[in-house]
Design a protein around this ligand. Structure first.
Ligand code: PEP
Ligand code: MG
Length: 570
C-alpha cells in the first residue's frame, strides 16, 4: 500500500482500478519512398486494423450505452470506408512518392479545414470525427499505442502526468470515477474542468504516475487530497463510508436547487457557475445555478489545429445562451496564454508566460482573431441575456481599445442588417493588481467587475499558480487580497455597478462569509459548489458578516483570518 498526498481539486471519493493515460507523439515527417505499392499496402493494413478496432468499440458501446452513443463510431467507420478520403491518400503516395502517414495527414487536414468552414454545426462536428479517425490510423502507421480518454469503458481512475483541458472534457464520468495527476494545482485548468464534470480529483501529487501500475486498486480522496494505491480491505471500507457520507450530504443540498440564495437576514446574492463548454450548461441547471458567471471561451480554441471559425463560435455561444433561457451569461473573450497554449498560433516561447503575451494583450494585437470572436458574440446576443467580459485588463486604455473594437463590429453588423441585442452589459475581469487599485476609475466606464482571484492572488503575491513549491503563497484570506477585493466592490457600488467574483475563492467556504460581508453581489463558482454555498449563505447574517469582514481587513496574517472565520458557527 502506498499513500500519496496531493492537492484536493474536486470533491468526492472514488475507488477503482488505475488506468494510466500517456500521450504518444503524433508528429509526422515527410519521407520519399521508392516502393509506393508497399506504402499503399501499409496504409491498407492500418486502415483494416482501425476498422476492426472500431467495430469492436461500436459493438461494446451499443451493448452498454445504447444506439445513440454508438453512432459516433459508426460515422468513424463510414469515414474509413469512404473512397473520397482514401483515394486521394493513395494518389498522393503514388504520384508524389511520399510516405503513407504524411499522405494521410495532409489529405485529412484538407478535409478537416473544409468541414470547419461549413455553416452547419453538424458538419463542423465532422471535423472532430475526422481528426479522431486520422489519429487512430496514424497510431497504427507509426506503431504507437492509442489512448483516447473518450473510449474508456470500464470503471477506472485515470492517472496521468497532467491532463489537458481537452482530455478532461472527453472523460466519460460514467466510467472515469476519478483522476489524479503528477502536476497542477487547484486552479490549473484540468482541476477546474474536473469540478465542472463532478469527478473527484487529486492533482499535484508529483509522483503518482511513477508509483502506480495500470490495474492497481486506487482510492482518490478529492475531499482531503489523498491518493492510496493498493489499499487494505479495511481502508477500502473506511473510504466507502466516507463516500456514502459525502453523497448523503449532497442529497441534502439538492433540496435547495430551485430556491434563491438569501442570507439569514434576507439579503439576496446571485450564485452563478463557471463553465468551459456548452456541455457544462447541464451542470448549471442541475445544480440550481442562477446564471453563468464565467464562460471560459478558450476551450473552443484548444484541442483543434486552427482557429475556430466565426460559425463554430456563433453556434457555441448561441447554444449556451439558449440553454440558459434568459438567465445572465457572462462570456469572457479569449484568454489564451499562461497555462493555456494554442500551438497553431506559433507564438515564441516566453520566460514568464503568465506575465506575457496573453488574453486581451494578444487580442489587441491579433485583432483579426478578436474581431471574429466579437462578431460571433454579437450575432449570438439576440438568443439570451449576454454579458461580455474582457480578461487580463491592466489599464483603462486596454479596456477602451477593446470596447472600441466591439463597437466597430457592432456597427458593421448593424449596417449589414444583422440583428444585435441593445442590452449587452460590458465588464472586465479584475485580476491584475493595477486594475483593482484603479477600480474607482474603471467603475465609471464598465457595467460590472468580475474579480479573478486565481490570477489576482498570483500577481499580488508574486507566486506562480502552477508551481506547487510556492502554493503556500496562494492565500485568498491574506488581508492584502481582502483589501483589494473590498476596493473593487466599493468602487463598483459607488457608481451603481455590480461586482462579482469568478476566481475559485468565490466558492470557497472559508471565503464566503468574508465576501458576503464585503458586499459581493455575484459569486461564480464550479457547479458542484453552488448548493453547499447556498446552504452556507442561508445560515449567515450579512450584517454580522460585515463586522467579521471589518475585523479581517485589520488583521496581519491569513492564518489569523482563517481562525476568525472558524470562530463563527457556519
Ligand atoms: C481567474 O484568474 O481568477 C479566473 C477566473 O480566470 P482563469 O482561472 O481562467 O485565469
Ligand atoms: Mg485569470
Amino acid at each position: 500500500m502506498i499513500k500519496i498526498e496531493g492537492i484536493a481539486a474536486s470533491a468526492g471519493v472514488a475507488i477503482a482500478p488505475a488506468f494510466k493515460l500517456e500521450h504518444p507523439d503524433y508528429t509526422v515527417h515527410e519521407r520519399q519512398v521508392s516502393d509506393t505499392a508497399a506504402e499503399i499496402a501499409k496504409l491498407n493494413d492500418a486502415l483494416e486494423k482501425s476498422k476492426t478496432e472500431l467495430e469492436a468499440i461500436k459493438e461494446r458501446t451499443l451493448q452498454e450505452l445504447g444506439a445513440k452513443k454508438a453512432e459516433i463510431f459508426e460515422s468513424h467507420l463510414l469515414i474509413l470506408n469512404d473512397p473520397e478520403l482514401i483515394s486521394p491518400v493513395e494518389d498522393k503516395i503514388t504520384n508524389e512518392g511520399v510516405n503513407a502517414e504524411f499522405a494521410l495527414n495532409e489529405t485529412a487536414a484538407q478535409f478537416i479545414s473544409m468541414f470547419e468552414n461549413m455553416k452547419s454545426a453538424y458538419l463542423q462536428e465532422r471535423a472532430a470525427d475526422m481528426r479522431d479517425v486520422t489519429k487512430r490510423v496514424l497510431t497504427h502507421l507509426l506503431g504507437l499505442t492509442y489512448v483516447n480518454p473518450a473510449e474508456i469503458n470500464t470503471e477506472v481512475i485515470v492517472i496521468a502526468e497532467d491532463l489537458t483541458p481537452s482530455d478532461t472534457a472527453q472523460l466519460n464520468r460514467k466510467y472515469v470515477k476519478g483522476f489524479t495527476t503528477n502536476i497542477g494545482g487547484r486552479t490549473s485548468h484540468s482541476a477546474i474542468m474536473a469540478r465542472s464534470l463532478e469527478i473527484p480529483a487529486v492533482v499535484g501529487t508529483k509522483e503518482v504516475l511513477e508509483q502506480v501500475n495500470s490495474g492497481d486498486l486506487v482510492i482518490v480522496d478529492g475531499l482531503d487530497g489523498k491518493v492510496i494505491i493498493n489499499p487494505t480491505e479495511e481502508l477500502v471500507q473506511q473510504y466507502k463510508n466516507k463516500q456514502e457520507k459525502y453523497l448523503a450530504q449532497r442529497d441534502e443540498w439538492r433540496k435547495l436547487r430551485d430556491l434563491p440564495t438569501v442570507s439569514l437576514d434576507g439579503v439576496h446574492v446571485e450564485l452563478a457557475v463557471n463553465i468551459g463548454t456548452p456541455n457544462d450548461v447541464a451542470g448549471v441547471v442541475d445544480n440550481g445555478g442562477e446564471g453563468v458567471g464565467l464562460y471560459r471561451t478558450e476551450f473552443l480554441y484548444m484541442g483543434r489545429d486552427k482557429l475556430p471559425t466565426e460559425e463554430i463560435q456563433f453556434n457555441a455561444y448561441k447554444t449556451v445562451l439558449e440553454k440558459m433561457e434568459g438567465k445572465p451569461v457572462v462570456v469572457r473573450t479569449l484568454d489564451i496564454g499562461g497555462d493555456k497554449e494554442l500551438p497553431y498560433l506559433d507564438l515564441p516561447k516566453e520566460m514568464n508566460p503568465f506575465l506575457g503575451f496573453r488574453a486581451v494583450r494578444l487580442c489587441l494585437e491579433r485583432t483579426d482573431i478578436f474581431r471574429t470572436q466579437l462578431r460571433a458574440l454579437l450575432r449570438a446576443s439576440v438568443y439570451g441575456n449576454l454579458r461580455i467580459m474582457f480578461p487580463m485588463i491592466a489599464t483603462l486604455d486596454e479596456f477602451r481599445q477593446a470596447k472600441a473594437l466591439l463597437l466597430e463590429e457592432k456597427a458593421k453588423l448593424t449596417s449589414e442588417g444583422v440583428e444585435v441585442s441593445e442590452d449587452i452589459q460590458l465588464g472586465i475581469m479584475v485580476e491584475i493588481p493595477s486594475t483593482a487599485v484603479m477600480a474607482d476609475q474603471f467603475a465609471k466606464e464598465v457595467d460590472f467587475f468580475s474579480i479573478g482571484t486565481n490570477d489576482l492572488i498570483q500577481y499580488t503575491m508574486a507566486a506562480d499558480r502552477m508551481n506547487e513549491r510556492v502554493s503556500y503563497l496562494y492565500q485568498p484570506y491574506n488581508p492584502a487580497i481582502l483589501r483589494l477585493v473590498k476596493m473593487v466592490i466599493d468602487a463598483a457600488h459607488k457608481e451603481g455597478k455590480w461586482a462579482g467574483m469568478c476566481g475559485e475563492m468565490a466558492g470557497d467556504s472559508t471565503a464566503i462569509p468574508l465576501l458576503l460581508g464585503l458586499g459581493l453581489d455575484e459569486f461564480s463558482m464550479s457547479a458542484t459548489s453552488i448548493l453547499p454555498a447556498r446552504s452556507q449563505i442561508a445560515k449567515l447574517s450579512k450584517a454580522e458578516m460585515q463586522e467579521l469582514a471589518s475585523k479581517a481587513l485589520a488583521m496581519q496574517t491569513a492564518a489569523q483570518v482563517v481562525e476568525l472565520v472558524k470562530s463563527i458557527d457556519a
